[in-house]
Design a protein around this ligand. Structure first.
Ligand SMILES: *[C@@H]1O[C@H](CO)[C@@H](O)[C@H](O)[C@H]1NC(C)=O
Ligand SMILES: *[C@@H]1O[C@H](CO)[C@@H](O)[C@H](O)[C@H]1NC(C)=O
Length: 342
């Protein structure tokens, strides 16, 4: 194209742009005139999240209308009232009660297109009966990062101001365990560690139960806490790490998913990973011989971060509303078992 032709086409394009702008202004004016006198967008619709069976309980907590507001989530109403099945924006099914058949899926009464959410915070090793749940659920709420509604057991969030003082240390290593079985990897590691390291064992397994309010102050007196998960699975990092160790002010010695997973959640120098050592004896000697300055480095994160726990089921369910606008529509977990047990 020659230069005259080029400038002509540019002029034509400019005219087109002007005409387009004029049209848009006209539409905008019409829209303004046509909108109701009160103006403004319609108030957001309050989502109704129906919890079909409260997790691990036949007695759900009171769920006043401000429940989610108290967790910073607006326009979100949690209810356990089955009469709301026809009108709920999503229905939540916690796996344990489906597994035990304390709860049954209201398949025959399911409104067309109603999103159903499968919920579990347990590991695949403690999850059974998924085979018959294929082709039913649209969304998953779990600790797995690839869940539609990802709810970890805890996270570190930015924090300003001085870190809380470190609890005084009196003993070496603590472990709290209620379900103790020889086939568990954590029990095998403990057996190998115990001859070389002083580990105090609490919990039902050792007939040394700690009352709910005693656990944190007790383990806080230890240099290290064995944050050993009951089974090793993708992203399965529980309150044993977040609460019993990081929040308590002790250094977690972790057994769970690989180090890289922990590093996606917490600084690399905030924990000791069992897999960092080729033998339990090496691990024991590393822990027992650690000097004060090295030890203190494990708490460097506390100057800028703090632990936030997500232990409350109400908060976990309110997160459905936070994600709701962006959740995939029309998705179905055809093979829930294949996905979760992968
Ligand atoms: C459950 O919801 C229905 C319909 O909104 C209502 O009539 C009923 O009183 C509710 N039941 C309870 C126990 O709140
Ligand atoms: C403490 O241990 C670290 C790591 O093993 C070492 O680099 C450092 O020199 C030690 N500091 C003292 C004062 O012994």
């Amino acid at each position: 194209m020659n230069s005259a032709g080029y400038s002509l086409s540019r002029r034509l394009r400019a005219v087109g742009v002007l005409a387009g702008a004029a049209l848009l202004s006209a539409i905008w004016l019409l829209w303004l005139l046509g909108s109701p006198p009160t103006g403004g967008p319609a108030p957001p619709h309050t989502l109704i999240i129906l919890i079909w069976h409260w997790p691990f309980s036949d007695r759900p907590p009171e769920l006043p209308s401000n429940t989610c507001i108290s967790f910073g989530v607006a326009h979100c109403h949690l209810s356990t009232n089955h009469s709301l099945l026809a009108s709920a924006d999503a229905v939540v099914f916690h796996h344990r009660e489906l597994q035990t058949q304390q709860a049954r899926l209201p398949l025959a009464k399911r409104p067309r297109g109603q999103p159903w959410v499968w919920v579990s915070m347990e590991s695949p090793s403690h999850t059974h009966g998924l085979g018959r749940l294929g082709g039913i659920f649209n969304w998953v709420l779990s600790y797995r990062r690839d869940s539609d509604i990802f709810v970890p057991y805890g996270q570190l969030e930015p924090h300003q101001g001085p870190a809380p003082p470190l609890p005084a240390k009196k003993r070496v290593a603590a472990w709290v365990v209620s379900n103790f079985q020889e086939r568990q990897r954590r029990v095998q590691v403990y057996r190998q560690l115990a001859p070389h390291l002083q580990v105090d064992v609490f919990g039902r397994a050792n007939r040394q139960p700690l009352c709910a309010n005693c656990l944190l102050p007790t383990v806080a007196q230890y240099l290290f806490y064995l944050s050993f998960e009951n089974s090793q699975h993708q992203d399965y990092i529980t309150e044993k790490f977040w609460r019993n160790a990081l929040a308590a002010g002790t250094v977690p010695v972790v057994l769970g998913p690989p180090r890289a997973t922990y590093e996606a959640f917490a600084p690399a120098d905030a924990f000791v990973h069992v897999d960092d050592f080729s033998t339990a004896q090496e691990l024991a000697s590393f822990l027992a011989n650690m000097n004060e300055s090295h030890y203190r480095r494990y708490f460097a994160w506390r100057d800028r971060l703090r632990v936030r726990l997500f232990g409350d089921w109400r908060e976990r369910f309110c997160a459905i509303c936070t994600h709701y606008p962006h959740l995939p529509r029309g998705q179905v977990y055809q093979d829930l078992q294949g996905w979760f047990q992968a």
